[in-house]
Write a protein that binds this ligand. Structure first.
Ligand code: SAM
Ligand code: SF4
Ligand code: F3S
Length: 477
């Protein structure tokens, strides 16, 4: 397997390509839909909104696409490889459609938005193309497609947040859930397609966020992740009384809903995360001490070309603030190798900023030029593929060292862990995560705990990706 493929696979395993079945309120209708999601957590969260819209139209879910009347693929355009994977999958669905002529195939999400009606020409048997802001029109587009017309709606909106739609949780473990707080992105990172596929940034009504989290708590959920491409720029003004809510204030409101609910959030942009957010995190035990703070590059020159709007020094200062306000916080990152004009010196700066930041985990990619982005228009994609891959391998090796070191440092410490499931290692062990978001495996030892319980685990050993320990008594309060 090629390096790029194997690395993306690691990422994909976390974020891509799962088929989901809603577990709740399947209607009596004979019509069935199948949905598969690719890309970031926002897409997975959107699929839950789509499931809710379809559910109220009388569609029930299936995990077998061959028996579905409607097959939907919620797509990602972030790198060329992501689109290739989806195209391959669409050819399989096209084959199924040949033996099931009434079947409708729909492309949702970022690839639908990027390619628009072109998708109908390229993928001859696709019937529906629906962008991320047009899901409310799904029912009418399905009717058009059932009548033999192609249904396309890729209009982006300035205010759609689906705030009033109660998502149907898909493939849920009943313990952890995503809650969208913003849509779109106003940053124009030059490499990134998201501002074009998701449109302008907008924040969701804080009341609807609180109501969704309260409903999740009532349903027994133990951990929620507040989602946005740039959560720190969340800002809501209540039309009735003019009350303003910043991200730090929203975080506090959500943390106060229930002290037994773990609260996470992603993604933070280094230019926007404030000390207010860090102090709010410090104030509440149930806000998990974990920040995803993508650096992308360690070179100020490259960061400028990327239009990230911060320098190496600014980023380092943010790391220092996090370390001083939240000494036990884990920090994770996204890193890109081989961006346009990147020199060996720039690359060394990326390795050194990773080392300084001491990341617990990173998502790592080589640069993939995306049509229509600022970088595609302004710069030549001039770093040869083998150089991008070699630098990426050095970045991966650096992260390997940092992750091992970080896990080794946890040996002997005791962490609160939320049990999520039986371990993949075997039935005798539980698997959960610490507040720092590290996967932790430990023997069940007949202690009567269940998924959804918090336990205290003393770490005895580790691998590069997992902490290994034993359940112990928690601290007495
Ligand atoms: N909004 C988040 C941020 O600003 O970090 C996440 C954006 S994107 C969904 C996730 C990651 O994909 C980015 O942080 C970046 O590292 C990577 N990425 C985006 N565009 C890319 C490209 N053209 N080539 C390679 N990696 C890319
Ligand atoms: Fe893309 Fe930058 Fe927006 Fe993240 S902040 S989604 S990398 S444009
Ligand atoms: Fe992909 Fe769109 Fe997310 S491009 S990473 S699914 S916002």
């Amino acid at each position: 397997m090629e390096l790029a493929e194997s690395l993306n696979k690691t990422h994909d395993e976390l974020r891509q390509g799962e088929a989901f079945t809603p577990i709740s309120s399947t209607p009596k209708s004979s019509k069935k839909f199948y949905i598969e999601s690719y890309g970031c957590a926002m897409n997975f969260s959107d699929s839950e909104v789509v499931a809710s819209i379809l559910n109220s139209e009388g569609f029930g879910a299936t995990t077998n696409f061959e028996e579905a009347d409607l097959v939907l693929v919620n797509t990602c355009s972030i790198r060329e490889k992501a689109e290739q994977t989806i195209r391959k999958r669409l050819t399989e669905f096209r084959k199924a459609k040949k033996s099931h002529p009434g079947m409708l195939i729909g492309v949702l999400g970022c690839m639908a938005e990027r390619l628009k009606a072109k998708l109908l020409e390229e993928e001859k048997l696709v019937d529906l193309v629906i962008g991320p802001d047009a899901y409310r029109t799904l029912p009418s587009l399905i009717k058009e497609a059932e009548g033999g017309q192609k249904g396309v709606n890729v209009l982006l909106s300035r205010d759609e947040t689906y705030g009033d739609i109660s998502p149907i949780r898909l493939n849920t473990n009943g313990i952890t859930a995503f809650v969208s707080i913003t849509r779109g992105c106003n940053n124009m990172c030059s490499f990134c397609v998201v501002p074009f596929t998701r449109g302008r940034e907008r924040s969701r009504d804080s009341q609807s966020i609180i109501a969704e989290v309260e409903a999740l708590v009532n349903d027994g959920y133990k951990e929620i992740t507040l989602l946005g491409q740039n959560v720190d720029s969340y800002y809501w003004v209540d039309e009735k009384n003019g009350a303003q809510t910043t991200f730090a204030q929203l975080l506090e409101k959500v943390a106060l809903i229930n002290p037994n609910l773990w609260v996470r959030f992603s993604t933070s942009h280094p230019k926007d995360i404030t000390d207010d957010v860090l102090h709010t995190m410090a104030k509440y035990d149930n806000i998990c001490k974990c920040i995803h703070l993508p650096v992308q590059s360690g070179s100020t020159r490259v960061l400028q070309l990327m239009n990230r709007t911060y320098t190496r020094e600014w980023y380092l200062a943010k790391i220092n603030s996090i370390r001083s306000i939240l000494p036990n916080c884990s920090i994770t990152s996204d890193v890109i190798s081989g961006f346009c004009t990147e020199t060996e010196e720039d690359h060394q700066e990326t390795l050194s900023i990773m080392e300084f930041s001491n990341y617990d985990m990173s998502y790592m990619y080589f640069y993939s030029e995306r049509p229509g982005t600022l970088a595609a228009k302004r710069y030549v994609d001039d770093i040869p593929l083998e150089v991008k891959k070699r630098r990426l391998q050095e970045i991966v090796d650096m992260q390997g060292i940092l992750s091992s070191r970080s896990n080794q440092n946890d040996i002997g410490k005791t962490f609160k862990v939320l049990i999520e499931s039986t371990s993949r290692k075997g039935d005798a062990d539980w698997q959960g995560r610490t507040g720092q978001n590290k996967i932790t495996v430990f023997p069940k030892a007949n202690k009567g705990f269940n998924p959804g319980d918090y336990v205290w685990v003393k770490i005895e050993n580790c691998t590069r990706a997992t902490l290994l320990g034993n359940i112990v008594d928690g601290p007495t309060q």
